[in-house]
Design a binder for this molecule. Structure first.
Ligand SMILES: Nc1ncnc2c1ncn2[C@@H]1O[C@H](COP(=O)(O)OP(=O)(O)OP(=O)(O)O)[C@@H](O)[C@H]1O
Length: 317
């Protein structure tokens, strides 16, 4: 294996250097470099066809790279030691095939045998994922959410150190999603590295440490949600509620702050929206002081991950 890690430095749990994958003329993945630390919960997002699944498959060694280097837990996916490293990897594919006639516990034992994991770990895993009561029922009777939880249980077999989860919250209800992320955060705190894809950006926004946004096979932006907001220079929105009689005073107060715009909030009488550069936040708040009690309410709205995503891709992308 070609090492990219300096001596005395802990290797990244996931390291990609200039990875490409071409299917004929289609550049599905086009020069991706990425480093995910041990114990990091990392999100991978992108439009349909952006290259996420292709990248996943290459990181799992299921699809050869066209060029570039991938190392998982220090082992190159092209190296001889990757077979052993795979034991440290858990994977939940987007569509996991399950045998309908097997029960939950039989399913998990089946996957445990394939993976060479301890069969004794199966029942506790079902318990942890809220499936203990359904353990002996055939999978054909499972709801979509139960199937997904069973899939998650199989990804956790053998206590993997790196987890790849492709659209894992598909079919989960809000309570199950909350429970699912609680388990992920627990695993992360134990040093497990998690790479997760989802199209539900609001779900990832508060829950991942960092993420990469893929556009047409490339990583277009990388960082924590606050870092991405900074990088994109997204404007800040401040919504005010005040009586119509205070509008003139508001305009004159804000006149001293450059670079902002003021507009009425459609369908919300008495509400005004200020859009301003993020750096102007404190100046705007200071400029509002003369309004005193006339200001009935104020909300600062940070751009969401969805705003960042569409800002990158453009409104019609
Ligand atoms: N086996 C294949 N042969 C030819 N083209 C492929 C193959 N697999 C993927 N592609 C193409 O590579 C591109 C990236 O596909 P990929 O499935 O990685 O996207 P994705 O980001 O996972 O999309 P989605 O969000 O819809 O799952 C697409 O243009 C797709 O058509």
């Amino acid at each position: 294996m070609t090492s990219t890690t300096p001596v005395n430095e802990v290797p990244a749990a996931i390291a990609l250097r200039d990875v490409t994958k071409h299917f004929g003329a289609v550049h599905a993945v086009d020069g991706v470099s990425l480093s995910v630390r041990r114990g990091e919960l990392f999100g991978l997002i992108g439009h349909n066809g952006a290259g996420k699944s292709t990248l996943f498959k290459m990181m799992l060694g299921l699809l050869p790279v066209s060029s570039g280097e991938i190392a998982i837990a220090g082992a190159s996916v092209r190296g001889r030691d990757f077979r052993a490293a795979r034991r440290q990897i858990g994977y939940l594919p987007e569509h996991l095939a399950l045998y309908d006639n097997l029960s939950g516990i039989e399913t998990l034992r089946f996957f445990a045998r394939l993976k060479g994991a301890d069969l004794a770990g199966c029942a506790p895993l079902l318990e942890r994922l809220g499936l203990a009561a359904a353990a002996r029922r055939p999978v054909r009777e499972y709801s979509k959410g139960m199937r997904q939880r069973l899939g998650f249980a199989q990804a956790l077999l053998g206590a993997p150190q790196v987890l790849f989860l492709d659209e894992p919250s598909n079919g989960l209800d809000p309570a199950a999603i909350r429970e699912f992320y609680a388990i992920l955060h627990e695993l992360r705190d134990q040093g497990v590295t998690v790479l997760i894809t989802s199209h539900i950006l609001a779900e990832l926004q508060e829950r991942v440490d960092r993420l990469a946004i893929m556009v047409s096979g490339r990583v277009q932006a990388l960082g924590s949600v606050p870092e991405l907001r900074e990088q994109q220079d997204m404007p800040l929105h401040i919504v005010l509620r005040l009586p119509p009689s205070a509008l003139e005073l508001l305009r004159s107060c804000l006149g001293v702050v450059p670079g902002l715009s003021l507009s009425a909030v459609a369908g919300q009488p008495g509400q005004q929206l200020i859009s301003c550069p993020r750096t102007a936040k404190m100046s705007v708040l200071a400029a509002l002081a003369p309004l005193g009690d006339l200001l009935l309410d104020l909300q600062i709205q940070e751009p969401s991950l969805e705003d960042v995503f569409f800002g990158l891709r453009g409104p019609h992308a």
